[in-house]
Design a protein. Structure first.
Length: 121
């Protein structure tokens, strides 16, 4: 019969409990993430960066539009934010070269920027 050392069982339990505590602290407060969470965060950050880069192009498209004064007046007259975004999408300001459909995220940001601009005038 083999004799086990007295410290073996508490040592194994200590390692298991220590590993669990380390994971809880690491994922909870240490900022650790899984690869799936990191991928989701990267996609969100990339989408936000693309949207931020395209909003000035949308505003420049609005400034180049010959009927912008009338369209901007129509935009400010609309009460529903959903309809305002749809209006910007229909004007073509949020449709970029090489695309057939307008970008909704850009249209939302562009709408808020245009309304802020219109409110200051």
């Amino acid at each position: 019969m083999m004799v086990k050392p007295v410290w073996l069982k508490p040592g194994i339990w200590g390692a298991v409990v220590g590993g669990v505590v380390t994971m809880i602290l690491g994922f909870g407060w240490g900022g650790w993430t899984t690869s799936g969470t990191a991928s989701q965060m990267a996609v969100k950050q990339a989408d936000a960066a693309v949207t931020a880069a395209l909003v000035p192009i949308c505003i420049a498209g609005q400034k180049a539009d010959a009927a912008r004064v009338k369209k901007l007046g129509d935009l400010t007259a609309i009460q529903s934010s959903w309809e305002q975004v749809d209006f910007v999408m229909k004007t073509g300001w949020a449709t970029f070269p090489g695309q057939t459909e307008p970008n909704r995220a850009v249209a939302e940001e562009c709408t808020s920027a245009l309304l802020k601009t219109a409110a200051t005038k």
